[in-house]
Write a protein that binds this ligand. Structure first.
Ligand code: GCO
Ligand code: MG
Length: 412
């Protein structure tokens, strides 16, 4: 059989998503996530203009060959736009292969290595009291692990820190959005690392005091620290037994993690902005991290992410796949199938999509007792309702920009 069409669907049910829809000559449809937060249309064009025409008529069962073709043939390699486009095609081809076999995708990846995937939720609060409320809310839902982010005295608005909306819902969408057809500029937030470093250990202390020692606590540093600042925070959080400290420094310079390692035993997670196994080369071979944060969506699909996890497995490093709302339900399903199959699974981030998003993407994965499972429908187990999708036009949306008090642009 052969690839008959590759369509690209851009839709915005509450936030933007880009989906590749691959259809074979015998009528099987596969879905792949190509959503790159804030740069969605660049990937849509890459797929439509540069990838789709080269795939028509090719044998859709040659998943590895097509991955290598898309990776090696354009001359330009890696980068988030290219790798998200490759990811979408790769996921769609795996979806098709599993649908043709009549099995959930994890069965083609070696079968289930476990009964479910330990997942963590995003708990945050502008104050310690509201943070506690959020954690209590997630515990009631069954979570056994939470990422905790808190307001810092003196800073107005911090990325990822929100109190529950009226009615007690903890859903939030980090990217600001314009109206259809309108231009927008990202909002700017003021950041102060010294204030953050002074405050955060007291938040961990308060949460441990309220919730005891068993609950798994994670924290995301959003790339905001210098190496020595990161080393200090990792050391200061140690008494509170964090599950991990994520993105403590910007990811580009892998060697700086050596300094952080010298000063603490806090487990480290990094990689949501990485795109390939090469981004992890030093981190993995020198065991500078404990968890791989990539998602199938931004790391070349199931094939790309599996390469990373096989490499990591040799060094005892585990997965902590990126699962924010900007990874679409299709990308999330890809993470879950791979996570269920690999031996070196660690934890899965779970930021549930809104009810509106789920009217466009019908998902088969389920959450119970702190664990996610991809479900047992053939393929990835996600359906795209194209009629519903067409009702939600693309709207420009950007993550906020981080600036210091003097106005200079800061990492985040
Ligand atoms: C996380 C993240 C996200 C990202 C977002 C960027 O750990 O889930 O850091 O909130 O910032 O996915 O697109
Ligand atoms: Mg993160």
């Amino acid at each position: 059989m052969a690839i008959e069409s590759v369509d690209v669907v851009v839709t915005s049910p509450g936030r933007n998503f880009v989906t590749a829809v691959v259809t074979t000559s015998d009528g099987v449809v596969g879905l792949g996530d190509a959503t790159l937060n804030g740069r969605e249309l660049a990937v849509a064009s890459y797929l439509r203009d540069h990838v789709a025409p080269t795939l028509l008529g090719r044998d859709e069962s040659q998943i590895e060959w097509i991955w290598q073709y898309l990776y090696r043939s354009p001359y330009w390699r890696r980068g988030p736009v290219t790798m998200s486009a490759i990811a979408a095609i790769d996921m769609a081809l795996w979806d098709i292969a599993a649908k043709k076999a009549g099995v959930p995708l994890y069965q083609l990846l070696g079968g289930a290595s476990r009964s479910g995937l330990l997942s963590y939720a995003h708990a945050s609060g502008t104050t310690v009291e509201t943070l506690h409320e959020a954690i209590h809310g997630y515990l009631e839902q069954g979570f056994r692990a939470v990422r905790i982010q808190a307001g810092v005295p003196g800073l107005d608005q911090i990325y990822g820190v929100h109190d529950a909306a009226p009615g007690g819902t903890y859903e939030y969408e980090p990217a600001g959005r314009a109206a259809v057809g309108e231009a927008m500029r990202p909002t700017e937030e003021t950041w102060d690392t010294a204030a953050y470093l002074r405050h955060l250990p007291s938040v961990f202390a308060a949460v441990r005091e309220e919730f005891g020692g068993v609950l798994r606590l994670l924290h995301d540093g959003h790339h905001r620290m210098s190496p020595i600042e990161a080393a200090r925070l990792a050391r200061d959080l140690e008494p509170y037994d964090p599950f991990w400290l994520e993105d403590c420094t910007p990811g580009e310079d892998q060697s700086v993690l050596r300094l952080v390692r010298q000063h603490s035993t806090t487990p480290l997670a990094i990689g949501e902005v990485f795109n390939s196994v090469y981004d992890y080369q030093t981190l993995i071979t020198e065991r500078l991290i404990d968890y791989v944060r990539s998602s199938a969506t931004h790391a070349g699909g199931i094939t790309g992410l599996r390469q990373i996890m096989t490499f990591a497995g040799i060094y005892g490093i585990r997965s902590g796949f990126h699962g924010p709302t900007d990874v679409s339900p299709v990308g999330m399903a890809a993470n879950l199938h791979l996570g269920l199959a690999i031996h070196n699974f660690g934890i899965q981030e779970y930021m549930p999509h809104s009810a509106l998003t789920k009217t466009v993407f019908r998902t088969g994965y389920r959450f119970a007792d702190g664990l996610l499972h991809p479900g047992d429908a053939p393929g990835l187990g996600v359906e795209l309702d194209r009629e519903e999708a067409a009702k939600h036009e693309y709207r420009p949306a950007y993550l906020p920009v981080n600036r210091l008090r003097d106005g200079s642009v800061h990492d985040w």
